[in-house]
Design a protein around this ligand. Sequence first.
Ligand code: NOJ
Length: 578
Amino acid sequence: MGAHERDLGKTVVYQIYIKSFCDSDGDGTGDLRGITSKLDYLAYLGVDYVWITPFFPSPQRDNGYDISDYCAVDPVFGTMDDFDELVAEARRRGIGIMLDMVLCHTSSEHVWFQRALAGDERYRSYYILRDGRGSTGPGDPGEPPTNWQSAFGGSMWEWEPRLGKWYLHMHDVTQPDLNWDNPEVRAELAQVVRFWRDRGVAGFRFDVVSLISKPEVFEDAGPEGGRSLIADGPHVHEYLQELVREAGIDGMLTVGEMAATTLENCVRYTNPASHELGMVFSFHHLKVDYLNGKKWALQDPDIARLRELFATWQERMQEGHGWSALFWNNHDQPRAVTRFGGREGVGEAGGSWELAAKMLGVCAHLMQGTPYIFQGEEIGMVNAGYASIDDYRDVESHNAYRALVEAGSTPAEALHVVGERSRDNGRTPMQWTDAPGAGFTAGEPWLAIPASSVLVNVAAEKGRPGSILEFYRELVRLRHELGVIADGRVRFIDPGVGAPRAIMFERWLESEAAREAAEAGAPVRLLTVCSFDEGASSVDLPDAWCSAEQLIGNYGDVRQCGGTLALRPFEAQVLWTR
Ligand code: NOJ
């Protein structure tokens, strides 16, 4: 394994959703100085990098993923001096700052789009403009050029009379897609990345970067939708290589958000020989509770499918020398602990909430790749639980609510679905204390603080033995210290008929690394078993594991008996041998 991969294996990243992390000035919105004030907490948790969601000037139609100026700080989040101070203070604590580069689209308020609207040919060529279907000539829009549906509902095309064309927007109508086939656009974007690199940024996350290279021919999509037609497009690898080269970021910590991607492409994006990205986020494992693949239709998580996805992706990424970002949560996802079963006993020690939160932590942190902790995950934050649609802020959630009601759901049914699936579940303010503003703000929060904050908060967990927060600290420490977690190979094992809702995998070191670990008395092999079952189950233990000891688990003991491991509700066990 090369040095590049080695470092990624020892790395743990923490994601901050800036709007909701810590508000230093009482305006109800988190900011850069708020993050700086919490660096000691992040150092306590032990993370190596912090990814901060966009804080650039933006009309905030999509919470900062609609950028109107790539190289400045939105005053609501602070100043460039605040940013420089954050980078320096983080570095003093051994933490690198990663920025979120939203290069697939701009805001419609970006000067490039404004100039395009004003008729400047150069900037018209920065965007993706087409004539309508059936148009009889200039001024007649006709129909949208294709049937593609935007990620947030409605057509991907908007007719703009000032352009005399339809423009493509894969997300909100205020997020026109950039034309990456134009070399000038690519050069501008490489400059943006270079600008932040030169300011001391240690890594980058690239937003929906699998969608930058559009198909050569625009055709109607079948049931799989326009997004799948666009993903992993014809020049995506070439454009990424060029970006990495021109921005001078090869070898830095980078992660691509890969919407609607394939495994083959993810191997290619992350194989070090490609010089594209350090690792990728893929999302297939977070669709196992989508009924017929539809986000706004509920079903219980299909754990057999989850196991199959993890097994295939982990083993094939390994074969192809690719590298995965490991995660359950981010600002676009409902809280995993609610989603995968920890709904009982929220805030109580020993209940299903605490067990499930720790089990999910084990599952992600023991796999091969680089784990990401999303703010609040480390204390077991749960879904928002809002009582009214008016409490939600997210554009996608409101569009979905409207569409559900239009399609015949009652308002209560639509609210229930939104309550399970809204992105705002992951965006509620960080719960620092049980005070009215949750220690997040002294003012009126931009998004309501969930009632659970009085039970689930940092103050209640920090330093308390057995808390989720202390358990996460231990997971981070183990990854830093044990070669078998950082660099070990991975293989999935069928848990058998006695445990239909369990996931089981081995990690092990080979050759020299194995000898060194054995000599130092460190683990050479690990077996991880995670039960997603709220009841009891049992797995057949492969012989080598019958008398192995626990490395970490969410129950203090291990119930091995003969060749069987008895699993209690949401049990996670990591066993080790030399
Ligand atoms: C993915 C981001 O994570 C999400 O929040 C955003 O809405 C879309 N990309 C569009 O930028």
